[in-house]
Design a protein. Sequence first.
Length: 571
Amino acid sequence: MNHSTPKEALLKNLQIGLGKARPVKAPTGTTLHCKGWHQEAALRMLCNNLDPANGENPDELIVYGGFGKAARNWECFDALVRSLLVLENDETLLVQSGKPAGILKTYPHTPRVLIANANIVPYWANWATFRKLDQQGLMMYGQMTAGSWIYIGTQGILQGTYETFAALAKKHFDSDLSGKIVLTGGLGGMGGAQPLSVTMNNGVTICVEIDPQRIQRRIDTKYLDTSTPDLDTAIAMAREAAEAKKPLSIGLMANTAEALPRMIEKGFIPDVVTDQTSAHDELNGYVPTGISLAEALTLRKTDPDQYIDRAMDAMAIHCRAILDMMKKGAIAFDYGNNLRGQALKRGVTDAMDYPGFVPAYVRHLFCDGEGPFRWAALSGDPEDIRVTDEALMEAFPHKKHMVRWLKMAGEKIAHMGLPARICWLGYGERDKAGKLFNDLVASGRVKAPLVIGRDHLDCGSVASPYRETEGMKDGSDAVGDWALLNCMVNVASGASWVSFHDGGGVGIGNALHAGQVTLADGTPEAEVRVTTVLRNDPGTGIIRHADAGYQRARDVASERGVKLPMLNMFP
Ligand code: NAD
């Protein structure tokens, strides 16, 4: 007979103390292993980030985005789990770059976990310093949702990517991509959302990816239709599908910096060109030309300087090819991986001639306080997500685009790890949804608590001059105060855990960003916390954009009651 307590069983299941790689799965159901649901939620979401069904390379604690990690090393993972298990309901755990550094006495309604990842004093904030600190075991790259424990698989980016291609279609192609060919690179954790997003918009896409395993993973999870290692075959398939106006996604196993110039030589110019290889990281992300993937992985370790040199050269070639395609008629945009910034450093002086995706297609949404609202069912039961989908469609029937997305997502998206969902909601909508979810837990219609969080790519949470804050109206692209204010607001509002990172999708020194995750466990206390956090978090986005001079954000502030002292707006 087994007499172990839930906590003992969990320690055994997760092999806590092993100090090295092992398969990790989040506990599910209604049994509490920690001293409260906030801690339990953090523990489950940390484990979920490392679930092999969810994270990209969990053995190395890598979740996505180059080497965005959930914990600094396996000893730290063990210590994080142990810390969360003993954490009291009036204590806060401090996590410094993936390591549990200490536990302090706070209040029941303050965050249970505070996380800081990869922050370096600005003068030294570059990859060289980071890598030195990383090698000394002093830091970890947190990306956005990797180190802040709210990664929900490729779905997390699918909706945003779908929205971006929909906005592009609206702007350039009469709201439909049918008959159009989109060329892109990278089928990793985030980039893997591109093929399905294009076909959901009725288009055809060629996605160039060097790693056959990544291609297979996207085919297995139905994000990608087919693949070939042959460039001519890929072009022929794409042209045929576009002619027939049939949606199709093709993975081309090749190096982007080799494939794109060859396409130009052959006279193939797509309708749209972009990229989501891990260009933000020239050592652990982008693969140089002239070597196989296996050789590249070895070179990373044996001669990092040579690797970086070659990767930077390849990125310059890649960016030049995108510029050439643009000159020959393709619509080009940067997809948030800093390829342009890297190429600029390598002498491509016109790298910034094509825009980033935020100023091109997303900024107007930020002015409405719109951003990625995601949630996960701690029960582990997909039925809980179905119930929440239904509730949202009922609560926001006028958001037709969102309703269409939720229906499509329910039918097409396989859950990776804990069942989860994402949709974009604006200021005034997110707190309404938070209350709705808390009510669903309270009434028992959802079987266990839900966590509600977001990516750091949001309206108020990030300062990133090559991405979210590129080309701000008042020139405030590099002002980092806004991201810090957003972080502090989320702490003050009572999120369950709050994080502040440097680097994200564009690399060390290029972005500062904050994240929050908040629990809805059906209690009145949780109702206050979710509604406060989910009102104020996008509220900082309205304030930030109104301050920068965007009239739409000022209108939203005045319509929905956000106080703006400098504009004498006190509704
Ligand atoms: P990832 O590391 O999981 O995947 C990157 C993929 O690119 C890998 O599969 C790798 O094999 C492939 N690759 C690298 N160099 C290549 C080359 N030269 N040719 C062909 N394939 C190559 O990263 P991810 O999570 O998919 O993110 C991709 C990039 O997009 C990152 O830079 C990330 O920061 C950025 N990003 C953008 C957004 C956004 O909203 N636009 C969001 C998150 C991340």
